[in-house]
Write a protein that binds this ligand. Structure first.
Ligand code: GLN
Length: 198
């Protein structure tokens, strides 16, 4: 069996950093901008950025519905920050006026956009992460938090009493940005999920 191909959504945000982090984690990732590129990958990373802008780019590029369908069919995905927002089944404070963030589903959860942002725009800290022996240094930038988790959702990390990392089957999401540090454990976890090893 050939190794799984992991794509990184390359519409906006930290695409390059996620490509590099996945390479460090042993994968051979490719950028995804178009429908035919999405069709060739077995898994997708959705970087941080601005979830409202990304939603509209996804829709305009005819990627929104194909992604929703693939996620329903068990497509592995990892979303960081704005990526977490998009992977939710429900988004609070999604924006308005035709510029709102659009949920892709993938994880049965309700996410509040810019939740920490109303308190502190950005912050970092060491947090415990399920399955890791040592804490993760988490960088939050206008980050969301998870307000409701469905029964199938595994909570992996919390910060200031809020859920900030979750997994449901092959879909992983963090409210923070591991690509901005040199720690590759979260990307390695995703590569292991994609390859059926975690
Ligand atoms: N606040 C952004 C949004 O709503 C997310 C910020 C980020 O990805 N760093 O999409």
């Amino acid at each position: 069996m050939s190794p799984s191909r992991i794509g990184v959504l390359a519409l906006q945000g930290d695409t390059r950093e996620h490509l590099a982090a996945l390479r460090d984690a042993g994968a051979d990732p490719v950028p995804v901008r178009r429908r035919d590129e999405l069709d060739t990958v077995d898994a997708l990373v959705i970087p941080g950025g601005e979830s409202t802008t990304m939603s509209h780019l996804l829709r305009d590029l005819d990627l929104l519905e194909p992604l929703r369908t693939r996620l329903t069919d068990g497509f592995p995905a990892y979303g960081a920050c704005a990526g977490m927002i998009l992977l939710a089944s429900e988004i609070l404070d999604a924006g308005a006026g035709g510029r709102e963030a659009l949920p892709l589903g993938g994880i049965d959860m309700t996410v509040r956009r810019n939740a920490f942002g109303r308190q502190v725009d950005s912050f970092e800290g060491d947090i415990a992460f399920g399955g890791f022996d040592e804490p993760v240094h988490a960088v939050f930038i206008r980050a969301p938090w998870v307000e409701r988790c469905g029964p199938e959702v595994q909570v992996l990390a919390r910060a200031a009493d809020h859920v900030v990392a979750v997994r449901q089957g092959p879909v992983l999401a963090t409210a923070f940005h591991p690509e901005m540090t040199r720690d590759r454990r979260i990307h390695r976890l995703f590569v292991d999920i994609v390859n059926g090893r975690a």
